[in-house]
Ligand binder design. Structure first.
Ligand code: MLT
Length: 393
């Protein structure tokens, strides 16, 4: 081939963090077929879909089998029944979002990666450590990424204090992946004020919002003014166990601007061109997850994962290992004991206890020396991992 390729791909790591981890675990498993490996690495759920969701999927499947109720292409932005269900979900925790500003997607990751199509070569600001998708999507598109560090001093919740007033695309995630730290309303308001003052746009990832139970904001739109400076990405992956079912949404408020070059109009245009919608059966499943009955079942699953998180947190406390997260988040972010590097600690846990976690360095330079464990395993796996770590650490 003689075509010039996008050399920006040389700026990102050759393999995605979770593929890297999976490769190392596979190699270990092949070399040690007798060892039982406990996986607390990637944040993938283990409980099955809620009964209300399964019933809705069966009903929708039957509809697809009958010419009278069969559906072809879904509306590009999602069926009204689901856009309205999402708006009601926001209303259930006191946040007003218009159904027409909600775009149904196959999950937050795709939209977070795709949304950057709307922008020219603008400056980008991301917290470090951070979910790698924010950085990689922008590096692939040739943009320069600036970092704002999360660390023990700021509780892994960086603020805009001291930043220059350049307008930027600003990524925030709360409850945070990977640190599990959660912004208070005041903490988010600082970012909203900064974005409004500088003409920046916040890209807010709220995929873990359902883990919040202490009154912290579950949406950036809980902060006044956010509808003028923020887009929100959310997903049912963690709320309703949809990691394999795939459904989420993005809120692009009309109030961000009007005209052909406004984010909402552009996102409509982009999605209509490049996206064919989420399957009908999945949208009915998502609607069911957001119903009162479905949400009660989903919250019971979240309580189960939080129970796992508490087991891990108890162990870390007992061992005197500093950590964040684990209360309003499925993630526990711990400091590697003995001054070990993230990958060194990864190897130690894998080789000496057959427990898999995610090395903090994979989330950015500021993640070096830290390690992430997920509470999404089964109760039995978590219990056994905790017992093994109790003996090892
Ligand atoms: C994670 O482990 O960070 C998540 O599962 C990744 C994702 O949600 O894509």
């Amino acid at each position: 081939m003689k075509l010039q390729l996008n050399e920006n791909f040389l700026r990102i790591k050759p393999s995605y963090l979770f593929s890297d981890v999976a490769k190392r675990v596979r190699a270990y498993a092949e070399a040690h077929p007798d060892k039982k490996i406990l996986r607390l690495g990637i944040g993938d759920v283990t409980l099955p879909l809620a009964p209300t969701v399964i019933r809705a999927m069966h009903r929708a499947t039957d509809e697809m089998a009958d010419a009278a109720t069969f559906r072809g292409y879904a509306p590009e932005y999602g069926y009204d029944f689901l856009r309205e269900a999402v708006a009601r979900h926001y209303a259930s925790f006191g946040v007003g979002v218009a159904a027409d500003d909600i775009f149904i997607s196959d999950g937050a990751k795709s939209d977070l990666g795709n949304f950057v199509d709307l922008f020219a070569d603008v400056p980008v600001l991301v917290p470090d450590p951070v979910y790698p998708v924010y950085v990689d999507s922008n590096l692939m598109a040739g943009r320069t990424v600036e970092y704002v560090e999360g660390n023990e001093q700021n509780g892994f919740l960086p603020s805009p204090a001291g930043l220059s007033e350049t307008p930027r695309l600003i990524y925030l995630c709360s409850p945070n992946n990977p640190t599990g730290a959660v912004y208070s309303k005041e903490g988010l308001a600082e970012w909203v004020d900064f974005a409004l003052k500088t003409g920046s746009l916040i890209l807010y990832d709220s995929a873990y919002e359902a883990f919040i139970a202490d009154g912290s904001p579950r949406s950036i739109y809980a902060v006044e003014g956010a509808e003028k400076c923020a887009v929100e990405f959310c997903s049912l992956s963690k709320t309703a166990g949809f990691t394999g079912t795939r459904c989420g949404w993005t809120v692009v408020p009309a109030s961000l601007g009007d005209g052909a070059l406004s984010p909402k109009k552009m996102w409509e245009r982009r999605q209509a061109t490049k996206f064919n919608g989420v399957p009908y059966v999945v949208q009915r499943a998502a609607e069911a997850a957001l119903s009162d009955e479905g949400m009660a079942e989903c919250m019971a699953n979240i309580a189960y994962y939080k129970n796992n998180a508490a087991l891990i947190a108890d162990l870390l406390q007992k061992k005197g290992i500093p950590f964040t997260g684990g209360t309003a988040s499925p993630y526990l972010w711990l400091k590697c004991p003995g001054g070990l590097g993230s990958w060194e600690f990864f190897d130690k846990l894998l080789c000496e206890a057959q427990v898999v976690g995610t090395p903090g360095a994979g989330f950015g330079l500021a993640g070096e020396g830290y390690f992430r464990l997920t509470a999404f395993g089964s109760h039995e796996t978590t219990r056994e991992a905790v017992d093994r770590l109790d003996k090892l650490l």
